[in-house]
Ligand binder design. Structure first.
Ligand code: IMP
Ligand code: MG
Length: 178
């Protein structure tokens, strides 16, 4: 897989440092509360695993699966709820954990869903923020790294289902697409 990568953007160590920084921040911001961590499958599972271990609070953990993407490189406008959570979010402080915020449509969909279900608060902790990709006006509350408006893989993020297990975030070589 390493041979398919043109450039490594964020290695494991720098991702770990961001998990520690954001984990400390969340522990302080949510002190005395028991947030519900909502990890968005599949992309956010590695980031979630790292980040929750840096949060020194009681937390509940849920996974939700949505699809906005069809394996390629363009986000689609239509969000589908593939696997829902079973627990009640009413009155809960929810922290959504995402791999990347691009257009912002997935996040908008999830925030609307959680607010409609009566969540007390909804915040977002994302590993990557592609601010240049936004089509809706939405912002993440905790951001590991900003990325340029280009396609990245690794650390949970995929291209056609692959590269999720790369231990870093990088950019694919042009030859991989052609
Ligand atoms: P949205 O466009 O903000 O709704 O992002 C939807 C989803 O698309 C993200 O949660 C990622 O799973 C995926 N995505 C967006 N940009 C990239 C990328 O550069 N590489 C891999 N997946 C991406
Ligand atoms: Mg995702």
């Amino acid at each position: 897989m390493d041979n398919d990568i043109a450039e490594v953007l964020f290695d494991r160590k720098s991702i770990q440092e961001q998990a520690e920084r954001i984990g400390r921040q969340i522990s302080a911001d949510y002190a005395g509360r028991k947030p519900l961590v909502l990890s968005v499958l599949k992309g956010a599972y590695l980031w979630t695993a790292d980040l929750i271990r840096e949060i020194d609070l009681y937390v509940d953990l849920e996974f939700i699966k949505i699809s906005s993407y069809h394996g390629g490189m363009e986000s689609s406008n239509e969000i589908q709820l593939i696997t829902d959570i079973r627990s009640d979010v009413r009155g809960r402080d929810v922290i959504i954990m995402e791999d990347i915020v691009d257009t912002g449509q997935s996040l908008e969909y999830l925030e609307t869903l959680l607010n409609d279900r009566g969540a007390h608060s909804v915040q977002v902790a994302t590993l990557l923020d592609k601010k240049g990709g936004r089509t809706v006006d939405i912002a993440a509350d905790y951001v590991g790294f900003d990325v340029r408006n280009e396609f990245v893989v690794g650390y949970g993020l995929d291209y056609q289902g692959l590269y999720r297990n790369l231990p870093y975030v990088g950019i694919l070589k042009q030859s991989v697409y052609s």
